[in-house]
Design a protein around this ligand. Structure first.
Ligand code: NAD
Length: 255
């Protein structure tokens, strides 16, 4: 593995599982010092131990905890080079707008969108001081496409992440801070597998729309995150980086 991220201090939220965990491994393999952040202490701690990184327990929807997270990282490590704001939820009570209650809506928006606002708000001042930084916010392909199998709050939450990211990318472009949104297609993580992939009929309904005919692997997303985090992406900001097996480009898929 190339040392593209040698000595960079990288904060990964949702580090204990799925895309976050794969990215922790990839960042570490490329030389970064990884701060593993999760609300779940067991899995977050395990991720940190695996790569010789640091674990910080944090609910990314809580302002005081997020401020303490980034200020603490800057204090202990001297800098914040990379923020991968990735933690998110997709709970079963988020469904059609006709049945999704306000409590579920507000919970999903808070964990998926407000958390990204908070992480950016408290990471950017450190990056401004450094004159350099890379932020990657996890949106989704559902921020770009509609589905008849609705999860209305999740979809809106990711649309918010996309718009927020674009604006920050533009605002801070001349200060050396790049801000990009990642739009994964369906990836075989606990989040997706819990939802529908273990039910062959529900999985098939989705796979028919994927030109590649399979769900993505977390490591395939981690590779894209590492690219966006690194200087290889030095001319990229305010972008929506789509890694989706061809879904957003497809009309009729191969048999
Ligand atoms: P996952 O459920 O496997 O992992 C999410 C992690 O986030 C868990 O470790 C969980 O403990 C943590 N987390 C949840 N709420 C938190 C909070 N309030 N504070 C701190 N940590 C919290 O999910 P995943 O599939 O790896 O998803 C990661 C991101 O990618 C999410 O934002 C998700 O919406 C997005 N995404 C996933 C897919 C997919 O198909 N899996 C597709 C597009 C986008």
């Amino acid at each position: 593995m190339r040392d593209r991220l040698a000595d960079r201090v990288a904060v990964v939220t949702g580090a204990g599982s799925g895309i976050g965990l794969a990215t922790v491994r990839r960042f570490a393999a490329e030389g970064a010092r990884v701060v593993c952040v999760d609300i779940d202490a067991g899995s977050g701690q395990a991720a940190a131990e695996e790569v010789g990184g640091e674990f910080v327990a944090c609910d990314v929807a809580d302002e005081a905890q997020v401020r303490e997270l980034f200020d603490g990282v800057a204090e202990r490590h001297g800098r914040v080079d990379i923020a991968f704001n990735n933690a998110g939820i997709s709970p079963p009570d988020d469904d059609s707008i006709l049945v999704t209650g306000l409590e579920a809506w507000e919970r999903v928006i808070r964990v998926n969108t407000t958390s990204v606002y908070l992480c950016c708000r408290y990471a950017i001042p450190h990056m401004q001081r450094q004159g350099k930084g890379s932020i990657i916010n996890t949106a989704s392909f559902v921020a770009l496409m509609g589905a008849a199998t609705s999860q209305i709050a999740y979809t809106a939450s990711k649309g918010g992440v996309l718009a927020l990211t674009r604006e920050l990318g533009v605002q801070f472009a001349r200060e050396g801070i790049r801000v990009n949104a990642l739009c994964p297609g369906p990836i075989a993580t606990p989040l997706l597998l819990d939802l529908f992939a273990k039910d062959p009929e529900r999985a098939a309904r989705r796979l028919v729309h994927v030109p590649m005919g399979r769900f993505g692997e977390p490591a395939e997303i981690a590779a894209a995150v590492a690219f966006l985090a690194s200087d290889d992406a030095s001319f990229m900001t305010a972008a929506q980086f789509v890694v989706d097996g061809g879904i957003t480009g497809a009309y009729v898929t191969p048999l």
